[in-house]
Design a protein around this ligand. Sequence first.
Ligand code: ADP
Length: 400
Amino acid sequence: MKILIVNAGSSSLKYQLIDMVQETTVAKGLIERIGIPGSKLKQTVGEDKYQVEMPMNDHIEASKQMLAALMHAEHGVLRSMDEIGAVGHRVVHGGEHFTASSIIDDDCIKAIEENSQFAPLHNPANLMGIKATKTVMPNTPMVAVFDTAFHQTMPAKSFLYGFPMDYYSRLKVRRYGFHGTSHRFVSEQAAQFLGKDIKDLRIITCHLGNGSSLSAVHGGKSVDTSMGLTPLEGVLMGTRSGSVDPASLQFIMNHEGMDINQMVDVLNKKSGLLGVSGLSSDMRDVEDAAAKGNKHAQIALDILHNGIRKYIGAYAAVMGGVDAVVFTAGIGENSPELREEVIKDFEYMGMKLDPQKNKVRGVLADISAADSKVKVLVIPTNEELVIARDTLELVGESQG
Ligand code: ADP
């Protein structure tokens, strides 16, 4: 069976067609500027790159163009839409409603709508993608896979903030956590790689990309994670500040004459690597500048390294020890410098890198020293594959 994975943004739509027999990607595409002049679609099939520019006023038109590209006589991979067995949608916020992936029906759509209050930029966009693909593929079963679902196993002591309880009971303000498909995938891969039952492992997963989060995975279940009600909490990110003293906002807003929306915008879009370095949100730029002696770039890196180290120490404490630390996503997979800085001086916890093995980029590898008690692994994430596997499983179940 072939499964189509869709990740819809407010003006974009990413897609990937996966053949589930070999679990291989058959085609990948990105549609940008939906509803904005200059809409275009780019599709990659192996070495072949296909690009077309045409007006696409909404997600329905974009979905039609996605299907047209997949069925294109020269650049496509499908003869008919019927070859797509199911569609898996990435949905950011499942709130407390979704503890796992779900077949998309009216109730599911309603629950995603209700959770839009927690992810006002993402869930409505994800829904546009769902509704558009349902319009153009009305008979194809669809599944929603949530970024938050994996973290629903967290105990109350990890997911509750120190607010008056009423804010949780009435408003559902709590830590939800994100990147769940990635934390789940790499922790399962780690167990498999180590030849151990995940039930016996305490794993700290470090998903470090433009957005970053760490998770404590005990016995295969998320017991704590660094992102919160929104993806702003936790370590320093590309443009996001990560955790700050909440009262510092009042101080800054009073001095700068900003309202809360302007303040949160600064925290989300102008802070992090970009804000501290004053240069770029891209880790490669910041690492290059620091290597050339730029002090602000270096301090941005130091804050990030130190923040990750603190979470690793904290999560080892939460789980009563740690068996493996996993690095994944753009930075985690590709920055040996960051991995070295984060893991150094952790020998007292039995954790040591092998500098030679640590040179790898973007491939699955054990980078720990031979005498390291804690395994340190690099594991490329594959969120699309998790979505495809969940979709296949749920559609299989629903069709008996
Ligand atoms: P997203 O969260 O958007 O999915 P990615 O997981 O692709 O992001 O990660 C993007 C980050 O990975 C960027 O900061 C980028 O600079 C960083 N990155 C990619 N390649 C390298 C590299 N070779 N060295 C250091 N950082 C890298």
